[in-house]
Ligand binder design. Sequence first.
Ligand code: C5P
Length: 324
Amino acid sequence: MPCELQDGCFVVDSDLDPNVEASSSCHLTIMWIIRCAGAVRVWTPAKVNLFLEVLSRRPDGFHDLATLMVTVGLYDTLEIREDSTGEVRLTCDVPTLSTGEDNLIVKAVRLMQRRYAVTAGVEIRLRKRIPMAAGLAGGSSDAAATLAGLDRLWRLGLGNDELGRLGAELGSDVTFFFHGPAAWCTGRGEVVEPLPMRKPLDLVLACPEVGLSTASVFRALTLPSTPIPGDEVRQALEGGEIDRLGKALHNRLEEPATKLAPEVARSRERIARLDPAGVLMSGSGSTVFALARDAADALRLSRSLTSRHDDGVRDRVFVVRSCF
Ligand code: C5P
């Protein structure tokens, strides 16, 4: 089966049944794309923020940020099929997710059709595994996967820089998915500087039942008078120093998110009691993650988190490794 590594995506030309699932070695790359006759299947990861500082409020209503993002091995799957009728149809296994024109996947298709004068339609089936409204950029990742998948399906040959520019038109986090697995992101989040990582990170994600809207968390934010610099967290990541990294974790949005959802603080306290290398909320929440010292430590943490439901906490727990 011919396969090639293209711009960080593992692309496989396949005449296999498209129902074939990804192997467990997904961690090697950021996105996996399998191309079959008339269809592509894309596995696209979640991200966590190891550091997020808000620098200023901008005239366009957005905020200037400095954030360190890492993709992790929790994947949504998109199957994108040519549709001869010219229609764009999206279906999803989560019935509460809107599949209309407001969905970022449909917006990504419309953007590609417009920009490259494509009249063909597509049928997209989305399988969601990344929790929604959870600070894991599932929607942005799906949008990035749509751009990458259509680039292959329609054989446009755009490459990651161009796809990243298109992504920035859809959302602040979309560009990152073309430049991971680890990156320092500034501007709205769309100015992406890839970072080297000494070794993969083992993490445990705890996702509270309540989700948070990014816009409302930013609205509840008090801007810092003195923003925290990110040198320490960058050096710790680059050097693979897990305990140092754990101490340098920071997210300015944690306080406003906690005001809106006390579950975030509760999840944080439960994790902190288990003595991980570090604990932090991701993005605008509501996911809180533990930075484990290694894979065995991640298993220990996840077992403790799932076995003790006496306090009424019903977080969904995922053991993940950062893509590498
Ligand atoms: O870009 P995205 O659609 O993900 O942003 C969602 C909302 O989050 C924006 O409408 C804005 O209210 C807020 N946001 C912000 N500053 C950023 C990114 C997002 O204020 N850098």
